[in-house]
Write a protein that binds this ligand. Sequence first.
Ligand code: CAA
Length: 259
Amino acid sequence: MEFQFILVEANYQPNIALVRLNRPKELNALNLQLMLEMKEALAQLDANEEVRCIIITGNEQAFAAGADIKQMESKTAIDLLKIDQFETWDQIRKTKKPIIAAVSGFALGGGCELAMTCDMIIAAESAKFGQPEIKLGIMPGAGGTQRLTKAVGKAMAMEMVLTGKFIGAEEAKNIGLVNRVVPDEVYLDEAVKLAKEIAQMSPVAVRLAKESVLKAFDSGLQEGLYFERKNFYMCFASEDQKEGMNAFIEKRKPVFKGN
Ligand code: CAA
């Protein structure tokens, strides 16, 4: 697969791979193709025995300013259901090797969610985090309500998700969203330093330890029920639901069209 929107260096440093988001004019907005490329790149790096730690970064101005609003704008609920873009994100989350997000500039919406999907975050002083989806009349969809709440607790997550406010790197550090804040000039070097430390450990132990820490995030019954409920409501955005229920009432066979 040719990568159009990311740059991948499997041997950026010994045992350390770098994936750079590369849509600078759009502040690295995450379109569907970029996320497919990210999934593919991470799968390749996961299978590469030389790689022991992966760094994902953007540029000085933006890690990523969110999912691509221009690509999403005209979509319907059923379009999104069919595209099933978050399945790509689930695959990224399954990467076995540790991933460090090196964040400078904007990490907003899907950008903040991508950083949180990584295992650790090194933030430049200029970094700005936020879940501004509410200002677009939507809500986070790539794990923001879950991962942010688990990282920073209910009060701050609720405020960020309901107001869409941005927070700076220092505040992100204070509330537990990032590992550390470093001067802008060295954010990538600091991520490399952390990656090198981890790369010295047993890859097997690192893999199992990562898996075990992530296990602490797995859902309980209540979350599963909530997930089911939302999907149940989503069905009512479809014409098929109306057709199915009307057909029952009219005592005829339904004709489902997948809309
Ligand atoms: N999608 C598509 N294009 C985007 C984008 C996005 N998320 N963010 C920025 N861009 C584009 C802008 O449209 C602009 O393109 P043009 O030059 O063609 O107009 C270019 O990138 C530069 O952006 P700005 O001119 O807006 O730059 P700025 O410095 O004035 O503002 C910003 C920067 C505050 C980050 C602003 O761009 C912004 O608010 N972006 C949107 C942030 C956002 O709402 N993200 C959430 C998206 S929804 C989501 O992510 C859902 C999910 O959970 C998966």
